[in-house]
Design a protein around this ligand. Structure first.
Ligand code: IVH
Length: 673
């Protein structure tokens, strides 16, 4: 007679065999069983679980999505960063997107832009470097600035040319595009991956390119990174050459002007999106004129000259099982509905955000309610409305906590000085690291991709290390006892070595990333860059304490009162001072690179009045690109006052008094040439 105990033992033996082989395969690169045996082993575990529901194990293939990708790829910097796209969802957003560009370029409201319109394929992007027609390097996107070297895996993709002999193919170029898997081909991989995008990503990051080759990956090219001697004038023209050179491009690419035409096209495309043989989550609009693209440049991590027009979200109904309150890094209390798992547009959803207390009140959302949930692309699913016809009288109004569920501190709403209103968000009022949830989130942020970028120290691992008391502060990461980690479930010699390596590697870091990593409120990546540029090195940064004179900060364009107050607050807490000092000892913080080889090196400028065919923002960015600095007021430190139409006479007079050179736009352009 088979009994529970012997079934369990039989099952655990198989799980152990799987763990051993995973370790051999992924980390040591020495598989002891054939792929076929390995697949059979996995299948037999899954079958056992189906037959006996009491069986389960955290290492079961049923708990994992896809194969575990290798963590051991070499990394390499992209010659030109691989950035993201800002989203627009409707006509209003689109008009706004155009307006910003018109303002920046100082174009009239009536100006009509021409766009290259391309489907936004939902895969993963890759960058291919060709030197003299030969594919020499293939990188994944990584954090946008540094990718993983996956050349061999990319070479297995049929759509990617390895040698290009066309005479007009540029001799040094990075071609970029999307690696994806067709919907049909995904059918047979359904059990292993959550969606086609995961399947593409998982298979691209296999250690053995032979593994990648087994999965039919496709590639569509759509842009360039580094491009020496680029002679093209239009994006659409470049796309047609891509095709000529042997790349696949989307047959839906087209050129459209005018917002109304874009909207019409979007509607008709959205209607047929399900007919395409690959997943598309929107349309990409790029200014067709490459010179204009160059002038427009970037804001933060995205180009000013492009936008992704997302398709409307998929939605479904489910029941709210519970409402949990999550505490974020900045102390924000976010209510999250735990819902009965439901398939929304191909993805299983079991959490949906409820945003904040006001939102729950406004929609009167209660535990037990049947609600409509929406999910758009990579955005977190959210609750749209309650189906009141299905509400039971047992469902009670939700009472939002007035204490932090993590540390018990009182929660408060901040007053926003700009809007003169209280924020909708309630926050835990504790400071620094005294609230457990906030502390864990701060550490997660510290190690995240955009900050220290420590591979192998993901969110789950941070939680585990916290639970085991290994870490309480960011600096504890550099004091980890690896012996203890090696003894944890699921860790082995190799994974510990990998972690050690990633931690060591993360120690060399630029000042801007370090400042961002600290997670100071209102200091995101862009502000961190501005501050780092201003302070230049870590020595100047650690001088900041509660007596610091922040006067010079008011000169930083982009840093305002909100940011300065927040930095002041951060440094008024002793714990934070210790963290910064401690970390500066463990880390090798690199001076910020300032571009000081330009023509305007060591020169300062101030603009007054309106310029011709150029916004002030663009003029500033041109000056900064050429190593000049912008000041916010006339002083002895000012070298040039640039005077446009209708200048402020006070500024002009002050400049005259101080002997500051006064020039017009043409003279500025002469300085540059
Ligand atoms: S252009 C700076 N063109 O969308 C320009 N991207 O959110 C960014 N994508 O990482 C890339 N189709 O993975 C571009 N026709 C297309 C695209 C496309 C899909 C993806 C790409 C990128 C992401 C940006």
């Amino acid at each position: 007679m088979v009994n529970k105990v012997s079934i369990k033992k039989f099952y655990l033996d198989k799980i152990n065999k799987l763990i051993k082989n995973d370790e051999l395969y992924y980390s040591k690169d020495k598989p002891k069983i054939s792929d076929k045996e390995y697949d059979e082993l996995k299948r037999s575990i899954l079958n056992l679980e189906k037959q006996y529901i009491f069986l389960n194990h955290k290492n079961s293939p049923s708990k994992k999505v896809g194969f575990k990708p290798s963590k051991n790829f070499q990394k390499q910097k992209h010659m030109v960063p691989m950035l993201s796209l800002s989203n627009v969802f409707n006509k209003e957003d689109l008009i706004n997107f155009e307006k910003k560009m018109k303002n920046y370029l100082d174009l009239s409201d009536r100006h009509s832009f021409e766009y290259s319109v391309e489907p936004k394929i939902d895969g993963i992007s890759a960058s291919l470097t060709y030197k003299n027609g030969v594919l020499v390097l293939g990188l994944s996107r990584g954090d946008g600035y540094e990718g993983e070297v996956i050349t061999e895996n990319l070479k297995t993709i049929k759509d990617i040319p390895k040698n290009i002999t066309s005479k007009d193919f540029p001799s040094n170029i990075e071609i970029r595009g999307e690696v994806y898997i067709k919907k049909n081909d995904f059918e047979s991989l359904k059990e292993k991956f959550a969606n086609p995008r995961n399947a593409a990503s998982g298979s691209l990051r296999q250690k053995e390119s032979a593994e990648t080759k087994k999965i039919p990956l496709m590639f569509i090219a759509y842009t360039f990174g580094l491009f020496e001697n680029n002679k093209f004038n239009k994006q659409a023209e470049f796309l047609s050459y891509l095709k000529k050179w042997g790349f696949k491009t989307s047959k839906y690419n087209c050129v459209i002007s005018n917002v109304d035409h874009l909207i019409k096209n979007h509607q008709s495309f959205e209607a047929k999106r399900y007919e395409l043989d690959y997943d598309v989550d929107g349309l990409v609009y790029k200014i067709n004129d490459l010179k204009l693209q160059k002038r427009l440049g970037f804001v933060g991590n995205a180009p000013r000259w492009a936008a992704a027009h997302k398709f409307s979200a998929a939605s479904s109904f489910s029941k709210i099982l519970n409402i949990e309150i999550q505490v974020g890094r900045t102390g924000a209390l976010t209510p999250v509905a735990k819902v009965k798992p439901v398939n929304i547009g191909g993805v299983i959803v079991s959490n949906a955000t409820l945003h904040n207390e006001d939102e729950i009140k406004k929609k009167d959302i209660r535990v037990g309610d049947i609600v409509k949930i929406e999910r758009a692309g990579d955005v977190i699913p959210h609750v749209i409305s309650v189906d009141l016809s299905k509400r039971s009288s047992n469902n009670l109004k939700f009472k939002f906590p007035d204490k932090c569920p993590s540390c018990g501190s009182k929660v408060e709403k901040e007053f926003n000085n700009q809007t003169k209103k209280f924020d909708a968000v309630k926050r835990c009022s504790s400071e620094g690291f005294s609230c457990e949830k906030i502390a864990i989130e701060k550490i997660k942020h510290f190690v995240s991709k955009e900050a220290l970028n420590i591979d192998g120290l993901g969110k789950k691992v941070v939680e585990k290390f916290w639970e085991k008391n290994f870490i309480r502060y960011p600096q504890d990461i550099f004091k980890l006892d690896f012996k203890k980690i090696e003894n944890l479930d699921g860790w082995g010699n190799q994974s510990v070595l990998n972690l050690k390596y990633s931690i060591d590697k993360s120690k060399k870091i630029y000042l801007n990333k370090f400042i961002f990593a600290l997670g100071i409120r209102h200091i995101g990546q862009e502000n961190a860059k501005l501050i780092a540029k201003h302070l230049q090195n870590i020595k100047n940064f650690i001088k900041i304490d509660k007596n610091y004179d922040f006067n010079s900060f008011t000169n930083i364009d982009g840093i305002g009162e909100i940011q300065i107050t927040s930095i002041k607050k951060f440094f008024s807490i002793k714990e934070n001072l210790n963290i910064v000092r401690d970390l500066s000892n463990y880390l090798n913080i690199q001076n910020e690179i300032t571009n000081d080889s330009g023509k305007l090196k060591n020169l300062t400028f101030l603009i007054t009045g309106k310029l011709i065919k150029m916004s002030r923002a663009e003029a500033k960015s041109v000056i900064e690109k050429n190593s000049g600095r912008i000041l916010s007021s006339v002083s002895k430190k000012l070298d040039y006052l640039i005077v446009g139409d209708k200048p402020t006479s006070k500024k002009v007079n002050q400049a005259k008094d101080l002997g500051v050179k006064i020039i017009n736009q043409t003279e500025l352009i002469n300085l540059l040439n």
